[in-house]
Design a protein around this ligand. Structure first.
Ligand SMILES: [Ca+2]
Length: 838
């Protein structure tokens, strides 16, 4: 020891003045002499003090950046969504009081410094939250109020020490109370979710250290009790962390926890799918991947949940009752489903056009990435879809209805029950080389002019077949008995797509109803460039529809929506009759909306809400408490969400634009940004959208950019980009609010140009269009071979046939199964020859 001392002393006695002074200022003259100069380690008092000071400085250093990630998140997203101002306000107030109490008591800075640093960061966060919530005025008021409170608390003549002590006691209680909801949430959810273990253990160590530094340096019971209570609650949190860390599985470790399939107990780590192991056509009923348990949503039920995904076509979310109390459209079944669902209030399609939206939805990839440019674009058969992912997990992937595939008509679906309603070829290629030529298949005014009642239509023929096949599939499935593989059945209806015509029954639902006219009417000359072009493309430019015509079209659409609602009711009814309802996750959504006369626009192809926003419901009350989610999400998110629902993950090495909705479904914080891309008819260059928080930003090199704040301007009447431009042209003085908007707009512009190479995308689109035009021209010469799907339906193998024993057949066909006396037996004989005919 003496050797060490004599080696060190020449150094410690000759430290540079600034370091010596710093040391003295931290641990005092006495302990500096004892520890540094004399190197006396027996001096316990000074050693303790030095440790205490070291801990204090460590805590202060860590606290100086503790809120930086939150600040960056706010700045990058330019949205305050999901951040509670009240919570930050309370924390900020409690820190301000503590700071005043500590300063006025003259306690050493090292024992409370973090209070000041976190306070400063909280003030920034509060300001950002108010700013991004569109309350710039409130932000100024908040800072002023804070300054006034600080002045009051620090002034001995205004607040005496006794009052300040009471306030400090209150602040301590407040700080402690803030932990309780977190503990309760973990208890209820049976897991720690996205709570950071790093933060929890940091807080635990921090509060323990603070007890030590307080005992060592501050003689104040109030402060001490606050830290002890804080430590106790942090200890509970940490214990919860440890408990849930290990509870689900000995295999589940650390960070993998977040990636687990929902509530899956013995879940294995998500692995790239392995075809040789996973189920083939025969399917292993216990999971087909040989891992059985651990892949299910519910650990209690051995059988993994089925998925029934119902889609509508051209169903505008803003018109539906579930999104608009005042809606005149009758949708009792959807309303009931919504009340049992996690309902997404801001769900967008990835492209406001049929095929691109659907191709992106099934692949989780934005249209440009997969070449889904228009309604005649083909995506590669090598692009993984949710059907591939679920099939690998042993699911029977089944499609009944429309998907608007071009070329490959299956894209991973094992079974397709109907043909498509639209052509699966290059017939509808857009031509940007001749942008002013209206093509024969474009939408036109006839839908509106001829709106009304029908006995039958193309659409009804189609959807009636879709419904029959879908219901029949569920009946067949349940008669397969308990060994049937789980299914993912997509039922995709073509209603309420135009033409606006529907059966009398649904038309009559609106008899005597004064059908609401569009809310927004804009003179043609005041329309934005894209809307003008859309009116021309859809042959609406020279039309002046009377209110009566508009009402008839809307009434027929309302009827068609009620028809969809009826279909949903029927599907859910069959699910229930087949006793599949308890173990089936229901997803409801659509491919895009319909302007239905809003702003003088009809159909879709634009980024206004009625065209681009879609309904989205996920119903599985056993796992997901019904709630509403306001954050922006996309139907792109359906693929990664389905993967989570069945206990797998998209392959990490492959691109993925969709983000799982699981955090939203579980009531945790989830994403709030969506992107959309449009390169179809009605535009002449790529038209893109970013929706983040309340901001909707639209960019098209041919038309310029638009910016709307949906929170303050839900009808999208004020294009902020346009008004900024106007003010700048007039060299008008920009208000503080204008400057804020300008900053947001510029950030979006930069982001868009970073994300999209418009020149290259335009070239790619033109290249694809030209290729397809040439190929399509050739394919129409001579003998035409259709790519349209022809579903298998072999009448020789159903019903009563001589090669199937009659008694067996009747017994198998009856559900529920009965014994010889017609009493329900509760089980289906599955060992008989194939229920689908062999
Ligand atoms: Ca469509």
């Amino acid at each position: 020891m003496d050797a060490v001392k004599s080696a060190l002393q020449p150094i410690t006695h000759n430290l540079p003045a600034p370091i010596r002074d710093l040391g003295v200022s931290i641990i005092g003259e006495k302990c500096y002499r004892a520890l540094i100069l004399d190197i006396d380690h027996e001096n316990t008092e000074c050693v303790k003090l030095a440790i205490s000071k070291g801990l204090g400085i460590g805590i202060i250093a860590a606290s100086s950046i503790v809120k930086v990630p939150q600040i960056l998140k706010l700045v990058n997203s330019q949205s305050a969504s999901g951040v509670s101002f009240l919570s930050y306000l309370l924390e900020t107030s409690s820190y301000l009081i503590s700071l005043a109490y500590n300063v006025r008591n003259g306690f050493p800075f090292s024992t409370f410094g973090e209070t000041a640093l976190i306070l400063g960061q909280n003030v920034i966060i509060c300001g950002l939250v108010l700013n991004y919530s569109g309350k710039q005025g409130m932000a100024a008021l908040f800072v002023a109020a804070l300054a006034a409170s600080a002045a009051t608390l620090f002034a001995p003549n205004l607040v005496d020490m006794q009052t300040l002590a009471y306030l400090q006691a209150g602040a301590g209680v407040l700080g402690v109370a803030s932990k309780v909801p977190q503990i309760a949430a973990i208890w209820q959810q049976g897991g720690t979710g996205q709570l950071s273990a790093f933060a929890v253990f940091n807080y635990l160590i921090g509060s323990l250290s603070r007890i030590f530094t307080t005992l060592q340096e501050v003689d104040d019971k109030l402060i001490l009790y606050g830290f002890i209570a804080g430590f106790a609650l942090n200890l509970v949190l940490a214990a919860q962390m440890v408990y849930y860390w290990n509870a689900p599985s000995a295999k589940a470790k650390g960070k993998q926890k977040e990636k687990m399939p929902i509530a899956a107990p013995a879940a294995k780590k998500a692995q790239p799918p392995n075809i040789s192991v996973n189920g083939g056509l025969n399917g292993n009923p216990n999971g087909a991947n040989g891992h059985g348990n651990g892949n299910g949503v519910s650990p209690q039920t051995q059988k993994r949940p089925n998925i029934l995904y119902i889609m509508a076509d051209q169903l505008a979310a803003p018109l539906l009752k579930m999104y608009n109390d005042k809606s005149q459209i009758l949708t009792p079944n959807l309303d009931k489903l919504a009340s049992r669902s996690v309902q997404f209030d801001s769900a967008y399609c990835p492209s406001p056009l049929c095929a691109p939206s659907r191709m992106s939805m099934i692949t989780g990839l934005l249209p440009v990435k997969i070449g889904a440019y228009d309604n005649a674009a083909q995506i590669g058969s090598d692009v993984p879809t949710y059907a591939h992912y679920l099939r690998l997990q042993g699911y029977h992937t089944v499609l009944a209805g429309k998907m608007h595939f071009v070329g490959d008509q299956l894209h991973g679906y094992e079974t397709r029950l109907t043909s498509d309603i639209y052509p699966g070829d290059f017939g509808w290629v857009v031509n940007w080389d001749q942008p002013d030529t209206r093509l024969e298949w474009y939408h036109n005014a006839s839908s509106i002019l001829q709106a009304g009642v029908c006995v039958r239509s193309n659409q009804l023929d189609y959807d009636e077949e879709v419904m029959y096949r879908a219901k029949q599939y569920m009946y067949d499935h349940v008669r397969e008995g308990p060994d049937a593989r789980p299914f993912c059945l997509t039922v995709s209806l073509t209603h309420p797509h135009d033409p606006y015509t529907i059966e009398q029954k649904y038309w009559d639902l609106y008899e005597g109803v004064d059908i609401e006219l569009p809310k927004v009417r804009i003179p043609k000359e005041d329309q934005d460039p894209h809307s003008k072009r859309l009116m021309k493309v859809c042959d609406l430019w020279d039309e002046e529809f009377s209110d009566e015509q508009i009402k008839r079209a809307r009434r027929a659409y309302y009827g068609a929506v009620s028809y969809v609602d009826d279909c949903v009711g029927k599907l859910l009814d069959v699910l229930k009759q087949c006793r599949l309802d308890d173990n089936t996750i229901i997803i409801f959504s659509g491919d895009h909306g319909d302007m239905l006369g809003e702003r003088g626009l009809w159909y879709k192809m634009s980024y206004f809400e009625s065209s681009v926003r879609v309904p989205l419901l996920v119903s599985y009350p056993q796992q997901f408490q019904p709630r509403r989610v306001t954050q922006n999400v996309s139907t792109l998110d359906i693929l990664p969400t389905m993967c989570d629902l069945v206990g797998t993950k998209p392959v990490r090495e492959l691109p993925m634009d969709g983000v799982s909705l699981l955090p939203h479904l579980q009531g945790r914080e989830g994403h709030d940004t969506v992107f959309a891309e449009y390169t179809g008819e009605g535009t002449v260059s790529p038209l893109m959208m970013i929706k983040r928080g309340p901001w909707k930003y639209i960019i098209c090199p041919a038309d310029g950019s638009q910016l709307f704040n949906l929170e303050s301007d839900p009808l999208e009447l004020h294009d902020l980009a346009k008004s900024l431009k106007k003010k700048q042209a007039l060299s008008a003085e920009l208000s503080a609010e204008d400057k804020g908007v300008q900053k947001i707009f510029e950030a979006f512009e930069a982001e868009a140009h970073e994300r999209w190479d418009f020149k290259r995308i335009t070239e790619d689109v033109l290249y694809s269009q030209r290729k397809r035009r040439l190929v399509w021209g050739a394919l129409r010469k001579g003998h035409f071979t259709s790519w349209d799907y022809n579903p298998q339906d072999d009448g020789r193998e159903k019903y009563i046939r001589s090669h199937i024993p009659l008694d067996d057949l009747e017994r198998r066909a009856r559900y529920p199964a009965v014994d010889a006396y017609g009493r329900e037996t509760g089980s289906v004989k599955v060992d008989q020859a194939g229920s689908h005919g062999q």
